[in-house]
Design a protein around this ligand. Structure first.
Ligand code: GTS
Length: 266
């Protein structure tokens, strides 16, 4: 019996090397299979694995519950598209949200909510980190991971300024925001110029790259020429836009029809 579980989980582990929580979940499924298998008249050598893989195919993909905006989930959607991962979306309307039940069920009383099997996450940056960890987009060692965290915190600082502009001072603060923008964009431009790989850290795309890319798309809508003086940052945005799965997502009707922000300002 133990040999069967071991052969199931070994197969899983080979396919999900970067994927510890997924592996845990699938190991659970393997154990359930083993229980099922011991109750059925199968040959012990093959049947559990066949069952295991057909079970895996029927497992739900990642699920996102959020409002019908790009908002704080643009980066996550871009990342999953680029990784070739499926995303099931539950769109929440304003009326539904105002009923309060869903809000009360959320850890911080806010969306987005992200589900990966039994794991439920709130906080969009935690979701990006989770996916980065699972899909090899969190650097190749601890130092790179820490640098990616640092860059992502810098991106979050700019996103918070952007959100404040959009939701609190769009009419009065837009000109000043755009005037000050080069002070922020120059920092990302310098990091990209220094690293030379085309990514913020190391030589592979990370969750922070997707996050920066999404935020830059928003800023290009706010101020179409804002990247013109930053050749590395502009090159980064152009290269990310040209990645085939990202291009397909950005051109899809489902993505295009979503407003960037909840109040119609952009
Ligand atoms: N830090 C959180 C994250 O990153 O996920 C912020 C989440 C947040 O601000 N959620 C807003 C919300 O739920 C929606 S949005 O700003 O992301 O579009 N608002 C409704 C409420 O009742 O607070």
């Amino acid at each position: 019996m133990h040999a069967v579980v071991y052969s199931c989980t070994l197969c899983v582990r080979r396919e999900h090397e970067h994927d510890s929580s997924e592996t845990q979940r699938l190991k659970g499924a393997a154990r359930s299979l083993l229980r099922l298998h011991s109750a059925l008249p199968f040959k012990q050598s093959q049947q559990p694995q066949t069952l295991f893989f057909s079970l895996r195919k029927t497992m739900a993909p990642y699920t996102l519950t959020y409002f019908a905006v790009k908002g704080r989930c643009g980066a996550l959607k871009i990342m999953l598209a680029d990784l070739g991962q499926q995303l099931k979306e539950n769109l929440v309307t304003f009326d539904e949200w105002m009923k309060g039940d869903l809000k009360n069920s959320c850890v911080f009383g806010q969306l987005p909510k992200f589900e990966d099997g039994d794991l439920v996450l709130y906080q969009s940056n935690a979701m990006l980190r989770h996916l980065g960890r699972k899909h090899g987009a969190y650097g190749k060692n601890d130092s790179e991971a820490s640098l990616i965290d640092m860059m992502n915190d810098g991106i979050e600082d700019l996103r918070l300024k952007y959100i404040k502009l959009i939701y609190q001072e769009y009419e009065t603060g837009k000109d000043a925001y755009i005037k000050d923008l080069p002070n922020h964009l120059s920092k990302f431009d310098a990091v990209l110029a220094k690293n030379k790989s085309g990514f913020l850290v190391g030589d592979k795309v990370s969750f922070a790259d997707y996050n920066l890319f999404d935020l830059m798309l928003n800023h290009k809508v706010l101020s179409p020429t804002c990247l013109d003086s930053f050749s590395s940052l502009k090159g980064f945005v152009d290269t990310m836009s040209a990645r085939s799965k990202i291009k397909a997502l950005l051109e899809s009707d489902d993505f295009k029809k979503l407003p960037i922000n909840g109040n119609g300002k952009q």
